[in-house]
Design a protein around this ligand. Structure first.
Ligand code: TXA
Ligand code: MG
Length: 326
């Protein structure tokens, strides 16, 4: 009996020191309660999650990602009422949350005004008086959130400025074996959520995503934050979401050493985002294929032109940032 216990403790310690394997939801929940980080799947990309009310836990996210501390994190919740504890939800905000989170189950984060006495980690908020929040539409994420009494702060599970991760393997390759990962398969949407500031009861899109102006317009006036102006969401920074190799957009002809990422009925592409020219499929594949082509013997990545409509706008937004030189 004693022998068995010692052996199991040894195994546990060994696991902890030498590798952070793929973990079950139950272990993930235990880690999260203990102020540790866990990478979890969402429908958009994998998130590096931690207790959003714990500075200790949130500090680990910033350190693992090498993320600048002025860049705030999105709070992930299982239901609207949890948000009510720390942010002001106007009638307009509630209508939007019910529609987009509960009825449509789509990927949208709302920026709201914080309440005065909130329990959230100030580090996670980067000193702002607002908070970004979303309900992920992934059964594993929702299951984990439902088992916790606190929201999860979760940026994309990748080192700062690098490509977002859409499989458990990407996370392990990008962040190393230090991070336990819950494997929930490939992310279906493949691009980070649309972020909309609704603090003034109007909609200002801060980051493009699968939810577009067309979806929001029936609810009121929609504007876009001036990307060249004050940076409200650092996801708006020029160079972001980058592979290690230089990336060129609107490429029709391969140059020497270049990997070509095609779209539609294209030429001699190394990979094709969507042979049928389907933009949702292209979004799902975007980060996965960029990860795959960001390797030797290629010295650069070229991408075919992507139609700038619907989610194509968000794809082009990410490609533009990935190709920026600064
Ligand atoms: O789909 C997603 O949103 C993924 C998954 C994991 O949920 N998360 C994600 O997180 O993309 P992250 O940290 O990579 O991007 C969050 C963006 C950042 O650009 C951040 O600046 C912005 O949200 N943000 C967070 N709080 C904000 C706030 N109060 N006001 C404006 N922007 C905010
Ligand atoms: Mg990110």
């Amino acid at each position: 009996m004693t022998k068995l216990t010692i052996r199991s403790i040894k195994t546990y310690v060994k696991m902890k020191i030498f590798e952070m394997p793929i973990v079950t939801r139950e272990i993930a929940i235990k880690y999260l309660i203990d102020h540790n980080v866990v990478a979890i799947p969402t429908e958009t990309v994998y998130g590096l999650a931690a207790d959003a009310t714990s500075d200790e836990a949130v500090a680990k996210i910033y350190s693992l990602k090498s993320r600048p501390q002025f860049n705030p994190l999105i709070m992930h919740v299982p239901f609207i009422d949890m948000v009510e504890e720390w942010a002001n939800i106007s009638e307009f905000a509630r209508e939007l949350m019910e529609e987009f989170w509960n009825k449509r189950g789509v990927s949208i984060s709302f920026v709201l005004e914080l309440k005065k006495n909130h329990p959230l980690s100030l580090l996670a908020l980067a000193g702002l008086s607002t908070v970004a929040v979303r309900r992920p539409n992934h059964p594993v994420a929702i299951d984990i959130l439902n088992s916790l009494p606190f929201p999860l702060a979760a940026p994309s599970a990748n080192r700062s400025n690098m490509l977002s991760t859409t499989t458990a393997n990407h996370v392990l390759n990008n962040l190393g074996k230090k991070v336990p990962v819950v494997d929930g398969g490939s992310c279906v949407v493949g691009l980070e959520s649309t972020i909309v500031d609704i603090t003034q009861d109007q909609m200002t899109i801060l980051r493009l995503g699968a939810v577009t102006d067309v979806d929001l317009e029936p609810f009121g006036k929609v504007s876009h934050a001036n990307i060249e102006g004050a940076i409200k969401a650092p996801g708006m920074m020029r160079r972001h979401y980058s592979p290690q190799r230089p990336l060129k957009m609107d490429v029709t002809q391969k140059q020497p050493g270049m990997a070509l990422l095609g779209f539609g009925s294209c030429c001699d592409a190394d990979l094709n985002l969507s042979v049928n020219g389907n933009l949702s499929e292209a979004a799902t594949n975007l980060f996965r294929y960029l990860h795959e082509l960001d390797r030797d013997p290629f010295s650069s990545i070229g991408v075919n032109a992507i139609p700038n409509t619907g989610i194509g706008k968000a794809i082009n937004d990410r490609l533009k940032r990935a190709s920026a030189l600064i």
